[in-house]
Design a protein around this ligand. Structure first.
Ligand code: SF4
Length: 483
């Protein structure tokens, strides 16, 4: 009987077609940057968990150097040892179903699955139930099944002390009813694999609970897919079932109202929708006008003492300053020293933004960054609060007054900019072109092994990218003021 891994069974539960494609057409998979980043975060948390559950370093990590059968043999050998030290990635098989367990706490009879999320999700319970079913027939049958996830209230004390980063949830009772269903799931998965590509309808399953890597294969290629209808939410499955694939084909009564109606009208006409409301909002603003954007890093495993998991810590900002005369100046900050950048970022920003004039941002993200800086710099909160009171969010102003069909349901700067300033398309930037890439560049730049040459290259890319964001805001405001 061919082996099936836990992750393949989880794929089947999301969608039998996904399982089939993973096995028979893996070449069609396209793993997104967000999915890859989630994998990387999971590995980071896994490394910390191994240290937390084995501070003495006496445990055993079961490697995959000799393949799955080697891992099974190594696990059996480890279980035969009389000591009760923890096992990591211990590997088990039952009825051809293979699982690798994050932590086997043999001293206390506990199976612990480690996740980088900040709460228990339904799919985690399913995941633990599958492992629990496989282990119940083994010598390592656990008395308790736990999920250890990130506690976002944890504050890092520094010096590598991550005790408290993970919080355990006892899922022993929750997995019991699901465990009985594993044989039925396994049968279903095997049947799906044995047949032709399953005829499964696209829909919300393609994003839930995980982003499926086969959307490009399964979804019809059309200019305005249903997912570009703002606020489609749960109606997606109904509209797919009714046979729709492109929003232009929807009758008006099925479109909804507000943003959805605007997007539908724009897609059908091919024309942008502009009303003059932005002009009045922008005309009321004083001078000089500051345009501010932060880049941040939000690691699951905090890098600096005093910070929390997933806290967005600014390491860079860009500020364009527009005068009433039309003159535009630029200031910027970037800290790639690897030290906590908060104080230097806050001090430089307070100085660069002067004492008055609106500070325009795009979305409320920058307000959150200022709050973080105030929290991390307890002697600067008054100055940062005054700055926060000057913030004007351009996003709702734009959203209320402008939509172009090429924005495909999104009012992000990256969707908006090519429609009104094609010369500033982000695709023209070298290297860093998105927030996630900025985070990766920051990580690489502060890593000890990065060469001076590469460091300088990353610095240049980051400065160009962040400056592009704020210059984009100047162009957007200018366009709307003239519209
Ligand atoms: S894209 Fe959707 S339908 Fe296709 S395999 Fe993935 S989940 Fe299934």
């Amino acid at each position: 009987m061919a082996g099936l891994s836990k992750s393949r069974l989880m794929s089947y539960l999301q969608c039998p077609r996904r399982l089939w494609l993973e096995k028979h057409r893996p070449d069609l998979a396209r793993v997104s940057a967000a999915t890859q980043a989630a994998f990387d975060t999971g590995h980071e948390i896994g490394d910390v968990a191994r240290h937390l559950y084995d501070p003495e370093g006496t445990g055993t990590l079961v490697g995959m150097e000799r393949g799955m059968s080697g891992a099974l043999r190594a696990t059996r050998a480890a279980l035969e040892r009389p000591d009760a030290t923890p096992l990591f990635e211990a590997t088990f098989e039952r009825a051809g179903l293979l699982v690798r367990t994050d932590v086997l706490d043999r001293a206390r009879g506990r199976l612990i699955e480690v996740k980088a999320s900040t709460a228990v999700k339904d799919e985690h319970v399913t995941d633990c139930a599958i492992q629990s079913w496989v282990l119940e027939s083994s010598a390592a049958r656990p008395a308790e099944v736990l999920l250890a996830h990130v506690d976002n209230r944890f504050t890092y004390r520094g010096d590598g002390d991550y005790r408290g980063l993970l919080v355990e949830q006892d899922l022993t009772a929750a997995v019991a009813p699901l465990r009985q269903r594993v044989p039925e799931w396994l049968d279903g998965a095997r049947r799906a694999l044995a047949g032709a590509e399953p005829d499964i309808r696209i829909g919300s399953r393609c994003r839930t609970p995980y982003e499926c890597p086969f959307t490009r294969h399964c979804w019809p290629q059309t200019d305005y897919p249903l997912t570009t209808l703002p606020g489609i939410g749960r109606r997606l499955d109904q509209l797919v079932a009714a046979g729709y694939t492109d929003i232009r084909d929807l009758p008006e009564e099925r479109v909804g109202s507000g943003d959805a109606l605007r997007a539908w009208r724009a897609a059908r006409s091919g024309e942008p929708v502009i009303d003059g409301s932005a002009w009045a909002a922008l005309a009321a603003l004083g001078w000089p006008r500051y345009y501010l954007d932060f880049e941040t890093i939000n690691p699951a495993v905090p890098l600096w003492a005093g910070t929390r998991p997933y806290q967005q810590v600014p390491f860079q900002w860009s500020l364009h300053v527009e005068r009433e005369s039309g003159a535009v100046d630029h200031a910027e900050f970037l800290d790639l020293s690897g030290e906590l950048p908060a104080r230097a970022a806050a001090t430089a920003l307070i100085e660069a933004t002067g004492s008055d004039g609106p500070v325009l941002t795009y979305t409320a993200f920058e307000k959150m960054c200022l709050d973080t800086l105030a929290e991390l710099c307890p002697d600067l909160p008054a100055a940062l609060q005054r700055l926060g009171e000057r913030l004007i969010d351009l996003h709702p102003i734009v959203k209320a007054s402008y939509y172009h069909p090429a924005m495909k349901g999104s009012w992000s700067i990256k969707a908006l900019l090519p429609t009104l300033a094609p010369d500033m398309d982000y695709a023209r930037l070298d290297g860093v072109r998105a927030g996630g890439e900025a985070q990766q560049a920051f990580r690489e730049a502060i890593a000890p092994g990065t060469t001076a040459e590469r460091h300088a290259e990353l610095r240049e890319q980051l400065l160009r990218y962040c400056a592009h964001d704020t210059l984009a805001m100047v162009r957007i405001a200018g366009f709307l003021a003239a519209a």
